[in-house]
Design a protein around this ligand. Structure first.
Ligand SMILES: Nc1ncnc2c1ncn2[C@@H]1O[C@H](COP(=O)(O)OP(=O)(O)OP(=O)(O)O)[C@@H](O)[C@H]1O
Length: 321
């Protein structure tokens, strides 16, 4: 059953900038989904509207049976049940980690405040940092505290808007994996927004793809990878090699294999040493096309002649836009 429901939401800031157009989305309770889309596709606008922090031009958002009111309809914008965390999210600089996490609990009973703060510190493995000030923490740890603070009041929905953009890659990956484990253990419904598919997949196999203010695809990564709704979605997963003479047909570099003389003849023109494989750029002999091909056994060198093959089932085909 859907729990968070966005129905035909549109957002225009002015005549020239349409951020969202007829956007509909349903997320089930306790689900963790990742939303991917290029810069300017409307991700932040959508999250702000879901959180009740932005007035939409049309449409409605529901959380269960509750209609989310926007700032034009509600005196104090936003909801405790829906927490939004973004890159520039600010902690209280002169308060400790523990005080930051306890801050939203100020109106609660003292014993509960203490108990809940301890729970959060433990949940996020922040106990050893409890007395530190935010400036004494790394960017990743600071964002963890921000998430801890948001979780302290047991929100029903957590909206993460590129929260780790300023965190280095290794720390970011570890953090996403850690948080994924935490979210899976809670009842909270999470939408994780990023422009990076790798990050999205570390958090969740369930993907939402947004393009120019519209939801273009929603589903499990396997399905989205195999049957992308359009070229934009397909290219989010990496390079596509065009099949000569078949407009709109492509094969991914990872799906091309090396074969004997019966394959497509090509010449290696470039070789790049990547972490898990060599990436080759090859020129097809019978066309002017260049392909990229993964060479996991690091066999081929620039100048080598290679023969390439692929399975028909691996082809990605769509109507030209
Ligand atoms: N306050 C605003 N005033 C005018 N236009 C805006 C405003 N906020 C966003 N926009 C425009 O709306 C569109 C969607 O922006 P939004 O920030 O929602 O996208 P995004 O996918 O989150 O982008 P990014 O990843 O760069 O943050 C863009 O064209 C943007 O320029």
């Amino acid at each position: 059953m859907s729990y968070l429901k966005v129905s035909e939401v549109s957002k225009r800031y002015d005549a020239a900038s349409v951020a969202l157009e007829d956007f509909s989305l349903q997320v089930k309770r306790g689900g963790v989904v990742s939303m991917v889309g290029e810069s300017g596709s409307g991700k932040s606008s959508l999250l702000r509207i879901i959180a009740g922090l932005e007035v939409q031009s049309a449409g409605v958002v529901h959380l269960g049976d509750q209609k989310i009111l926007n700032p034009a309809q509600k005196l104090v914008p936003g909801y405790d049940e829906i927490q939004l965390i973004h890159q520039e999210y600010k902690l209280y600089p002169n308060s400790t980690v523990e005080e930051n996490i306890a801050r939203p609990l100020l109106l609660y009973d003292k014993d509960y405040q203490k108990e809940r703060t301890e729970e959060i510190l433990k949940l996020l493995s922040l106990e050893t940092f409890r007395d530190k000030k935010p400036r004494q923490l790394s960017g990743g740890q600071q964002q963890k505290v921000a998430i801890g603070r948001a979780l302290s009041i047991e929100p029903e929905v957590l909206l993460l808007d590129e929260p780790f953009s300023s965190v280095d890659v290794i720390q970011k990956r570890e953090l996403i994996e850690e948080l994924k484990g935490i979210f899976d253990s809670l009842e909270v419904t999470v939408i994780f927004v990023t422009h990076d598919v790798d990050d999205a997949l570390l958090m969740s196999e369930e993907l939402l793809i947004i393009q120019k203010g519209k939801l273009v695809q929603q589903g499990n990564v396997r399905e989205v990878f195999r049957k992308p709704a359009n070229e934009y979605v397909a290219r989010l997963f990496g390079y596509l090699n065009p099949i000569p003479g078949k407009k709109g047909s492509y094969v991914r570099p990872s799906e091309v294999r090396f074969t004997t003389e019966n394959g497509l003849k090509a010449n290696v023109v470039k070789q790049q040493f990547l972490l898990h494989y060599n990436l080759l750029t090859v020129k097809l002999a019978d066309s002017s096309a260049f392909w990229r091909v993964d060479d996991p056994s690091r066999t081929f060198e620039v100048g080598n002649e290679v023969f390439l093959a692929y399975e028909k089932e691996q082809l990605i085909q769509f109507e030209q836009e």
